[in-house]
Design a protein around this ligand. Structure first.
Ligand code: ZN
Length: 332
């Protein structure tokens, strides 16, 4: 039996979301109508996003993003996402932001988009009680040259709101070492680091990402399970995995929930956290993720409390913000 409503009010920390990928479909349809853009083909009869596989998912995602054209659009998007996310008990979320989607990677244009998102984050904090931080993310399939530009943009705008640098997009394009320059530059600018790896690639991709990009967190990382020596190394080093089980099931990175390695990774001592990735695309929410973890792996209140403490420890925000959030987690 579903216990989604039971989990809804539980305070949660979420580390792995993509801002554009969190856009409610009704919000994107509204923007499309306003701008006379025909993207009707990306929705099913129920009005949800629809796609066949990971490559098609990236295409549908890009099509939805064509409606997001101005800082004002991103202001509205950020507020809509924060409202929806907060309604599932999330008190802190980190979102991947792409200067490539906001002014084509131009620093001056990006500053306007960023100001709009930051203003929306402040509004979201006041209205919905959710704290947001941004992780500037290079898009792997745009190539290493573009990633250097993204890193420069990230270094210029690092601060209280932009606290991290990441790497997303098609995992099997190139190797992690192609992005070393970008990650070194971001690290020197004081940004904390994460990269998608081991969602589609094998344990070698996870190991190379840690070796070449020196990240503290890995997006997904689930395929590390195929190399137990690597799993033990992750546990020993305290590398945090941003696991998004619902996303993995829908995109068929795993065959089904029963086959998902999150519990095995955790039982072997790896620091796992749980996030929704691109929730409306995968018809999920944080409440749904918790409900599934309870049903498939028998996780209960102590497990979820532990999960949230791990996520808060690994969050890319300052100590003062963490202390405030810890108080809210403990109040539960
Ligand atoms: Zn992701």
């Amino acid at each position: 039996m579903s216990r989604v409503s039971e989990f809804r009010d539980l305070p949660k920390i979420e580390l792995h979301t993509h801002l554009e990928g969190s856009a409610p479909p009704a919000f994107i349809r509204g923007l499309a109508r306003e701008k006379n853009i025909d993207i009707s083909g990306i929705f099913d009869a129920q009005g949800n996003y629809t796609f066949r596989d990971f490559d098609h998912f990236l295409k549908v995602y890009d099509a939805a993003c064509t409606t997001l054209q101005s800082p004002q659009d991103f202001h509205r998007l950020t507020l809509a996402v924060l409202e929806e996310t907060a309604s599932h008990g999330v008190i802190y979320m980190e979102s991947f932001l792409s200067p490539d989607f906001c002014g084509g990677g131009d620093l001056v244009a990006w500053r306007d988009y960023l100001a709009a998102m930051e203003a929306a984050a402040a509004e979201g904090q006041a209205k919905f009680g959710i704290t947001m931080r941004g992780i500037i993310t290079a898009i792997r399939h745009l190539g290493p040259d573009q990633s250097r530009n993204t890193a420069r943009v990230a270094a210029e705008t690092a601060g209280d709101f932009i606290t991290g640098f990441g790497l997303a997009g098609a995992e099997m394009m190139g190797r992690p070492g192609d992005y070393t320059w970008a990650f070194d530059a971001a690290r020197e600018a004081g940004l904390q680091l994460t990269a998608h790896a081991g969602e589609w690639g094998g344990p070698d991709m996870v190991a190379e990402t840690i070796r070449d990009l020196k990240v503290s967190r890995i997006g997904h990382g689930i395929n590390a399970i195929n190399d137990l020596a690597l799993v033990d190394q992750l546990a020993e080093n305290g590398t945090v995995l941003e696991v998004c089980p619902g996303s993995n099931v829908v995109l068929q990175a795993v065959t089904d929930w029963n086959a998902h390695p999150i519990a095995r990774l955790r039982d072997r001592g790896v620091k796992v956290t749980v996030s929704t990735d691109d929730p409306p695309y995968f018809l999920t929410t944080m409440s749904d993720e918790y409900d599934a973890l309870a049903r498939y792996f028998g996780w209960g209140p102590d497990d979820f409390a532990d999960l949230n403490r791990t996520a808060l420890d690994a969050a890319f925000c300052d100590a003062k913000t963490k202390a405030k959030l810890a108080t809210r987690l403990e109040q539960q």
